[in-house]
Design a binder for this molecule. Structure first.
Ligand code: NI
Length: 191
């Protein structure tokens, strides 16, 4: 991959195989990050490299098999403006009451690749947490960014978006994933 990593994200990481739904690490709450050291930075750089190699807009640590509550993202908002960041120990805020509107756009997950179905989520979200140096960070927005911030925070709690779907949509998702499985060998996107 020749993707240029934006200055806002750690670069120089290694592309690692993506962990799939069904692996235990994907389905339990991750441990909070308590040490903000070079090892954490290396982990985040690997996550960034893996996200770009897989052409995703976000990736949580459990998706490369690591039990820590951290995710990375590079995702456009409704206006198309890209936003990037690293969030440790994310806490999600969503609109309530009259301010709450749902967006039923399509959603997919790199840990269940090749499949997309509609998934209703609030159309705006804010995530607060800590950056790689342990200082507070906050990201918010609409469009795909709102969906991404919610999806990745879910991963740190052990939830995958299939858990939010009806049986019918979950079955539709599984059929797509199975139909495209040949495109995603177990080592994907590492080579
Ligand atoms: Ni995902």
């Amino acid at each position: 991959m020749s993707t240029d990593v934006p200055a806002t994200l750690p670069s120089g990481g290694a592309v690692r195989p993506i962990t799939r739904w069904g692996e235990e690490v994907m389905h339990r709450p991750a441990r909070p990050v308590t040490t903000f050291d070079a090892q954490l930075r290396t982990l985040a750089a690997d996550m960034v490299a893996t996200m770009y190699a897989a052409e995703g807009v976000g990736l949580a640590a459990c998706q490369i098999g690591v039990d820590l509550a951290v995710f990375v993202f590079d995702c456009p908002d409704e206006s198309g403006e890209p936003h990037q960041g690293v969030v440790c120990n994310p806490v999600l805020e969503l609109p309530e009451g009259k301010g709450r509107k749902l967006d039923d756009g399509e959603e997919g997950c790199l840990s269940y690749p090749g499949a997309f179905v509609s998934c209703a989520r609030p159309d705006w979200a804010r995530v607060t947490g800590l950056g790689l140096d342990g200082s507070p960070v906050s990201y918010e927005g609409d469009g795909l960014l709102a969906r991404c911030l919610q999806h990745e925070t879910d991963h740190t709690t052990g939830m995958v978006f299939g858990d939010r779907l009806s049986d019918r949509l979950r079955k539709k998702l599984r059929k797509q994933m199975e139909a495209n499985a040949d495109d995603y060998p177990p080592s994907w996107p590492a080579t």
